[in-house]
Design a protein. Sequence first.
Length: 370
Amino acid sequence: MKRTLLIATDSFLPRWDGVARFLYEVVPFLSKRFDIVIVAPKFPGKLDAFKEATIIRFPVYKRKIADINIAKVKRSVLIKLVKNSDIVWTHSIGPIGALAMYYAKKQKKPLISFVHSVEWFLFSKSLKRFRQSVEFTIRKIIPYLYNKCDVIMVPYGGMVPILAEQGIDVKKESVYLGMNTDRFHPPKSKKEAKNAVDLRDDKIIIGYLGRFGREKDIPTLYHAFRRVHEENPNTTLLLVGGSLKEPFPDMDSVRVISSTNNPVAYYQAMDIYVLPSLTETTSLTTMEAMSCGLPVVVTPVGYIPDYVEHKFNGYLFPCGSSERLALTLNILIKDAKLRKRMGATARETIKQRHSWKKTADSILDILDRF
């Protein structure tokens, strides 16, 4: 008989973000060895069939904190789910993840957490006010929760000392993220790809895909685009994955697309991908863009500099520097051959180094110890 793995997460479909993408890819592999139960928020939108797991969803509050709807956790349900599981695997310290960790420890269940981000920094950066006090509070809560774990998984080795500095002294193991290069692939025709998502095929598309949180620093990308657009009016800025609370001062040649369950179509329509984030761990969107054959222009945060080599398979620019970003974009806009060559190199990097099967095998190796 298969053992039951309870996955507790505050990020899940149909809200597409790094955690949701991660689970979407690895759960099918894990379901061959485990009965999977996922407990997650009931975010707005349609949740397509997820045949590999049983999904329990809690309703969410209408009001958002940062850009997230917080789940209304029914504790009796969560306690029962933990009780009926053989292993508890958490993916956040939101209400669901934090309570699952508490109940798992109380019921003496094996507890494993995947730390996808530097949560105290990420969450505080996403707020408009009270950043310092929120960061201080989260830093106090994190050791209390994570020290309950038997093992902590991290997406790259650089997070190990970061967690240790916060007083988290349990065992930590790196599990590198993969990529589905068969799904995320270059288009047969860039012209047709642009037409498919209602973009003009005579425009050079500079794109971003992901959450619109403050820590993503989309204004830096916007200001850089306004600089290059003056010199290159044949450009369009494409922002995919959310909505702007307030439009930018000049929305000429700026397209905003809300959350999508078909990111490949938008990557394929882009000519250049930009990630202006202030904080990241692995950045799945960067890897997806590279897998789709795009030259990427990204900030050197988290694990990104380990797979994006400056001027080889992408460009790095300092956080918050719209001037440097604009200079780099101008180079790529004016040189179609460079874009094509760098995009091909980027895809080859991902194909050689990252696969979801390798990721799943690493996870199973850890789970099988319990």
